[in-house]
Design a protein around this ligand. Sequence first.
Ligand code: BTN
Length: 242
Amino acid sequence: MNIIVHRLTSVSSTNDAALRMAADDVPEGTVVVAREQTSGRGRLGRAWASPPGDGLYLSIILRPSIAFDCVWQIAFVAAVAAAKAVRRVSGLIPGIKWPNDLLLNGRKVGGILVEARPDAEALVVVVGIGLNVGNTAFPPEIAETATSITLESGRPVSVEQAEDVLVASFEKVYSAYLREGFGLLLAEWREFDCTAGRQVSVVSGGADVKGTAEGVDDSGSLLVRTVDGVVSVSAGEVVMRE
Ligand code: BTN
């Protein structure tokens, strides 16, 4: 994969910019990085606070030869790549909270938003990754739950350094996934899984599934042991209950 980075000062969302560029036939490996997003987007319709300064906001355009119903695997690829990058720059072991939140010491340090479009010729996938790199303060609504690489590690990591390590990590993990398949990638994802064995509450499509998380199955669904048996959850938000 040939990486070509486009740097923007300010954009609504790097995912939006990447989806627009993808429609203009830019090649796989095109990366859009912005210093600031004015409408950064998160999973489940949420906003992603993206002020200029100490956050990394980037999107990577992919054109994988996979079926549309395997696109969810790319989010797992991105989570492993981002976890390895955070481990490298912070010297700490991050956790992945299903499906792809990145945590340091139980607080959210990064998030991933994968969006896909079946194109006329091929599938286009945009992988958006947001990382809190040098942030020392957050908006009140996430102040209790968010953290940054610098806050947890005490290391003065720059956004540029985090970007370089993240892009290199993504390239490596994505190539290995294309070469070796999803099995190996899922094994790596499980090593970072910080949800397994925990008491969780998963809000999914209006239902609230409570129980013990038992890891993910081969289709990426979260398995939760409830009083009524094991429930498989394919989308939603996990809250750890202890
Ligand atoms: C989440 O945890 O809800 C996912 C957050 C994803 C944020 C990134 S920042 C770069 C890219 N552009 C966006 O608008 N969102 C993603």
